[in-house]
Design a binder for this molecule. Structure first.
Ligand code: FBP
Length: 339
């Protein structure tokens, strides 16, 4: 790449496509569509408070959470930008109970898109970074017809691409198509995502640990020992710095670039979260895919998140994401004290 300053995401994706002579352009265009949806959502987020996009929408989603107006706007934006292009056969969203079908007259395509339209929605009204997370698979159902639930319930290891957009001090898009992790910033002066960094590797030494410690009393012994490990209780040399924004994409992004571990344990007291709070299909699996490509790893406490085959669309899972040595250390404690 000669002059990274003018490398737009379009040019970068096209150059990656050239590495695949068999490519039809559908996948390339699907990534463009996602970048377009990100620009539209970023426009709303940037004007939050100036236009009527703050606050609750007034209905609950399938997770039992109060939907925020921006949740609904972001969800509709992705559906509009991607649902009618003939590149996907089915979509699945955190905000929709069932898979979102692509009508037959729209020539359902060969890809499957799973997404969390607006992650960290509890932070919208307080101007804390929020994000969109996406995961792309190839369909497993017969070509030509509408996609199915089975298309959406594939193991994370089957992903062909994953990424996220973070709406923070700037709008940043990070993605991988199994060829390294690449980062782009939206340049508001030209409305283009411009390459900032490619083939990102997470630093070998993790600096941060990110977990909501207010749930400590609701954790099993193994999880408690994990946080004591990162506080350096046993060995001060192992101490890490605590950082928790409460917005998965923001916490994940920091730890990806600076090194660290993000985790969200199972909760032995709250029946909703006995298997964790965060969702496997459109939160855990895509971020695990990026982490793996950046030299880190993921776990549900004993297995790599990428090896988990989902049984349901909104299935939750305990989640560890970050530096390999930190995630493996956490698994050791879970194995020793909980399993
Ligand atoms: P959604 O907003 O997509 O439901 O995401 C869940 C989330 O907000 C994550 O972004 C965040 O890491 C976590 O929940 C915060 O949960 P808690 O407040 O329990 O720490």
């Amino acid at each position: 790449m000669s002059d990274s300053s003018i490398v737009t995401i379009e040019r970068f994706i096209l150059e990656q496509e050239r590495l695949h002579p068999e490519a039809t352009g559908d996948f390339t265009n699907l990534l463009y569509d996602i970048a377009l949806a990100a620009k539209v959502i970023s426009g709303y987020v940037r004007r939050a408070g100036l236009v009527d996009v703050l606050g609750a929408f007034g209905q609950e989603n399938v997770q039992g959470e109060q939907q925020q107006k921006l949740d609904v706007i972001a969800n509709e934006t992705v559906k509009q930008a991607i649902g009618f292009t003939g590149r996907v056969c089915v979509m699945a969203s955190e905000e929709e109970g069932d898979p979102v079908p692509v009508p037959r007259e729209r020539n359902p395509g060969k890809y499957v898109l799973l997404y969390d339209p607006l992650d960290g929605s509890s932070n919208i009204d307080v101007n804390v970074s929020i994000g969109t997370i996406f995961s792309i698979h190839k369909r497993v159902s017969p070509d030509g017809g509408p996609g199915t639930l089975d298309d959406c319930l594939q193991a994370g290891s089957q992903q062909i691409a994953a990424g996220y957009i973070i709406y923070g001090s700037s709008t940043v898009l990070v993605y991988t198509v199994r060829q390294g992790v690449h980062m782009f910033t939206l340049d508001p002066t030209i409305g283009e995502f411009r390459l900032l960094n490619h083939n990102i590797q997470t630093p070998p030494i993790g600096r941060f640990y990110s977990v909501n410690e207010s749930y400590y009393q609701r954790w099993t012994d193994g999880y408690r020992r994990v946080v004591q490990q990162f506080k350096g209780v046993e060995d001060p040399a192992e101490r890490k710095n605590a950082r928790y924004i409460g917005s998965l994409v923001a916490d994940f992004h920091r730890n990806l670039l600076a090194g660290g571990i993000y985790y969200y344990p199972a909760d032995k007291k709250d029946p909703r979260y006995t298997n964790g709070k965060l969702r496997l299909c459109y939160e855990g699996a895509p971020l695990a895919f990026i982490t793996e490509q950046a030299g880190g790893t993921s776990s549900d406490g004993s297995k790599n998140l990428l090896d988990l085959k989902p049984e349901s669309l909104h299935q939750r899972t305990p989640m560890f994401l970050g530096n390999r040595n930190l995630v493996e250390k956490a698994e050791e404690f879970i194995k020793k004290y909980d399993l």
